[in-house]
Ligand binder design. Sequence first.
Ligand SMILES: Cc1cn([C@H]2C[C@H](O)[C@@H](COP(=O)(O)OP(=O)(O)OP(=O)(O)O)O2)c(=O)[nH]c1=O
Length: 631
Amino acid sequence: MVLHPVLGKLVSKRVVLASASPRRQEILTNVGLRFEVVPSWFKETLEKSYFAAPYEYAVETAKQKALEVANRMHVKHLRTPDVVIGADTIVSVDEQILEKPVDKQDAYRMLSRLNGKEHSVFTGVAIIHCSSKDNQLEMEVTDFYEETKVKFSDLSEDLLWEYIHSGEPMDKAGGYGIQALGGMLVEYVHGDFLNVMGFPLNHFCKKLAELYYPPSKHNVQHKKYDSIPSVDTFENLSDVESESSNFTEHKGASKLDSSGMCSSGSIYNSENSSSVRSGFMVPLENRNGMPENATRLPSKILELMDGFRASKALFVASKLKMFDHLKNKGPLKAVDIANEVGTSVCGTERLLDACAALGLLEKTPQGYSNTDSTNTYLTSDGEYSLHGYIIHSNDHLWPLFTYLESAVKEGSRQNHRAFGKKAEDLFKDYYHSQEVKQRFMAAMHSIAHLTARDVATAFDLSRFKSACDLGGCTGALAHELVQIYPNLKVTVFDLPEVIANTSYFQPSAQHTAPVTFVSGDFFKDNLPEADLYILSRVLHDWPDEKVHVLLSKISAVCKPGSALLVAESVLDEQKTCPPTAVLQSLSMTEGKQRSGSEYKQLLEKHGFTNVQIKITENLLDVVLCFKTLSP
Ligand SMILES: Cc1cn([C@H]2C[C@H](O)[C@@H](COP(=O)(O)OP(=O)(O)OP(=O)(O)O)O2)c(=O)[nH]c1=O
């Protein structure tokens, strides 16, 4: 999917759409972007005569909408978003700006002006990247606009009034909605249709590409970002990715303080095709080479020092199912939640306040309520719930990490200290305790379900007729695959104890081809036949020797032209990125996280060639390779 790598840059960020427009929400949701909606309170009352051109008004309004939300979220809830997106759509005819009609007469006035003529629809968009430094909000603003020309046919008075009485014009710029009944009024459209609906998606993706994939130093003269970057292969992963990993190093945005003032001095300077600004913060150094702000609190370090408290607060609130109660009954006071879950009122209040401080809850005089992303990810029954993984982190990983010091000294797992059992014995518990098994499967399911779409679409797999997901657990990836590739038959192959417990995790309404579950041990048993084998989150569990055994087994059953898809978090060549994968290594299992070149080497050794790696930035990256004639 071509757009995906660019939008993928937003996956790990807290994205807020500062707009109440259902069309904007729909356009961004349709392309898989996950975001919170916080409608802006900015009143659209800027003095139009101050703007030289109509689009300048739309851009400034979009910017003010986004700034208002960024500031409000920072100040009111101490919950600074990473990215805030604002937009404003206007219709312009004869140099006049038309916004939403205030009543039916106003709608009639607007539609009559548009009747039989061509007009322009401008949407201004502001993308604000926020960060909080010593509790001060810092913002980098990028803005742009898109113009689409629309021509109305000659329309009769009756038709105009009939349209107005439909109620459709009232919440739309220019008094019409091209995407619904209003489409009947339109003779032609020149330009981006979605721009008329309120959000120029294509230009937005190009702007993100400029921000996240800036031209490299070497070819700055030649590289022009008028297209959206597509799949990163192993060969071309190098400089663009590494140079773009830290947003604050990018040119192409203006830096604002929380008052909305641009540090370069200019508050308004928009161009259609680019918005290159100056004004980057460079740490000042005094003569001794000591950063001048050394006496200010180092926020990153403080954040890390407090990280364990934050994690535990999240774990405990999840374990006590506080987010579930709030989803069903919120807003609730601390005393109500304490009564529901059987905890102390004072302890509950402190925990809920901590969750609010961490941005997981909203606190108002009416009580506490979940944020949108808490409803989506933290309640136990949501489709994209991470509850299973959080409970696994609390019950299994937390005790292990308590013994990290011994783990580092001894270079081995600490299961015996954390659980009084050796790792092998603990593993047997998974088979004997139904509760532990379900918890572990729920944890694996959470991650597999959340990453399934990215894994399934990282490469075009439509050429394959059959796939076998080795260690595919609950079938979360398999179900996504059959949905995306209707001609693909997918088999999940996993241990009998796992397969026996998959029914709980199956999607309730199955509109797609069913997935087949087969029990077996991929080290010992024959593998089902397939054109495409999948190993998702399997290889990092095993040391190289075991990986060789498994790969040679797959290679032996793979016919030439068949492929192997590996989904893992791929480390950079320095092995310091991404941090989640690097931190996971501290569990000291006998397996390990590997870099792109390590995966390439392992796979090539077993006759797999044309190794391509796609960095998805959503926990799991994807490696695809093909079996050649002779290993
Ligand atoms: C011209 C046209 C506009 N529109 C809509 C897009 C925008 O939602 C709306 C213009 O109003 P806006 O002020 O841009 O947006 P909004 O009020 O809907 O939301 P917010 O201010 O919270 O961001 O008109 C259509 O849906 N179809 C059309 O054909």
